[in-house]
Ligand binder design. Structure first.
Ligand SMILES: Cc1ncc(COP(=O)(O)O)c(C=O)c1O
Length: 391
């Protein structure tokens, strides 16, 4: 099949829920992907941060290859050797508690919301969750409601009850929104879809205090920021506090679909047998991949590479900003960077694609630049060179 035929087949048989770039990706290695017509692209937006280690990392490939021959699925009616191992690995790298496994970010967030409600309702009808303007928590009915952006909610009403929205980084707004019905505060420490907005340290520390004082659940959605993306294994580590609940997905499985909801000690046993489940959650194959991701990050020193390359990328983008008046601001942490423009970014993304560079634009004017943790200076120079030429 050629590119035209593949696209025609999608048009006929696949629901048109995505505005896709017209290329058929057939191969990936490191930060490079190839399309059906033999074009090569430098991937600086690998699957919305899914392939954080780059495409087809050998440790992930080998782990999956070795395990898939043994057994592919083990029902959660039984135990499998890798699920407990992975949970231990996540806990040892985050905070004391327990993990629930699922398949996606939205599902992990649904689990977190259920946990918060179960905890709050057991203490007297406390079910409200406060979330942030410009957040993004997924596409299920409950997570689009948690996502305080009308464009994701429109047409799907009535939405589930019990969500309140406040401005990000606005402590007074949180204080005003809390009532005796509040169960939890939920946020991304860096808003991804919302335009790479970084939570201030004083804000996060104050949220931690409020949740402690009022016995609320502090939920961090680390679906995009987790697994080394910001230069720490988890973004909460930048703030010197731990959330009560953290959700993960995207980079956790090195490209395979896995989600996880991590609950601190106090909340680890809120969801009891029969209260929550996911058929595929924590299956051995995805767990083998996720364990390989942890091993690769540690053994290959990818956290320090993320910090170093993140700094270098900011420096190079800063030089670009000095030359291009359309760049308003560069922000983010590690390799989760946003370049805010004074103009819409769609055309720049399209032109980058034609020049062999894959990036993304969110929130209309924010270019999202998030190469894998294995990125090199040479690749950064190449990407910045393309941006320079196009801008
Ligand atoms: C912060 C955040 N939470 C949740 C999600 C939803 O994850 P998924 O698409 O795996 O359901 C996303 C996806 O972009 C995300 O960025």
């Amino acid at each position: 099949m050629n590119t035209k035929e593949v696209i025609a087949q999608y048009d006929k048989y696949v629901m048109s829920t995505y505005a896709r770039i017209p290329t058929v990706i057939v191969k990936g290695k490191g930060l490079k992907v190839w399309d059906l017509d033999g074009n090569v692209y430098l991937d600086f937006f690998p699957g919305w941060a899914v392939t954080g280690l780059g495409h087809c990392h050998p440790k992930v490939v080998n782990a999956v290859k070795n395990y898939v021959k043994k057994i592919i699925h083990v029902s959660n009616n039984y135990y499998n050797v890798l699920q407990g191992k992975l949970a231990q690995k996540i806990i040892e790298n985050s905070f004391e508690g327990k993990v629930f496994f699922c398949n996606s970010g939205a599902e992990a967030n649904e689990g977190a919301i259920k946990l918060a409600r179960a905890y709050g309702n057991a203490r007297g009808s406390r079910y409200e969750i406060i979330t942030m303007e410009n957040s993004f928590h997924g596409r299920t009915l409950t997570t689009i409601t948690a996502t305080a952006q009308p464009k994701y909610q429109k047409g799907f009403e009535p939405l589930p009850l019990g969500f309140k929205y406040v401005n990000f980084n606005d402590l007074k707004a949180i204080e005003a929104a809390i009532t005796d019905k509040t169960a939890a505060i939920m946020l991304e420490p860096i808003q991804g879809e919302g335009g790479i907005n970084v939570a201030a340290e004083s804000y996060i520390k104050a949220l931690r205090d409020i949740c402690d004082k009022k016995d609320l659940v502090l939920i961090f959605d680390e679906v995009q920021t987790g697994m080394g993306r910001t230069g720490k294994m988890f973004c909460f580590e930048h703030y010197g506090i731990s959330p009560d609940v953290m959700t993960l997905a995207k980079a956790l499985g090195g490209g395979l679909p896995i989600g996880a909801m991590v609950a601190g000690k106090k909340f680890a046993d809120v969801l009891k047998s029969g209260m929550h489940a996911s058929t595929f959650g924590g299956s051995p194959i995805v767990c083998s991949a996720a364990l390989a991701v942890f091993e690769a990050i540690r053994k290959e020193g990818l956290l320090s590479n993320t910090v170093k390359m993140g700094e270098y990328l900011v420096e190079r983008l800063g030089e670009l900003k000095n030359k291009k008046s359309i760049i308003k601001e560069i922000r983010g942490k590690g390799l989760m960077l946003g370049v805010e423009l004074t103009i819409p970014g769609k055309e720049i993304v399209e032109k980058c694609f034609k020049e062999g560079l894959l990036i993304n634009c969110t929130h209309d004017k924010v270019l999202r630049i998030m190469p894998g943790m294995i990125v090199t200076k040479k690749q950064i120079d190449k990407a910045v060179g393309i941006l320079d030429k196009i801008m």
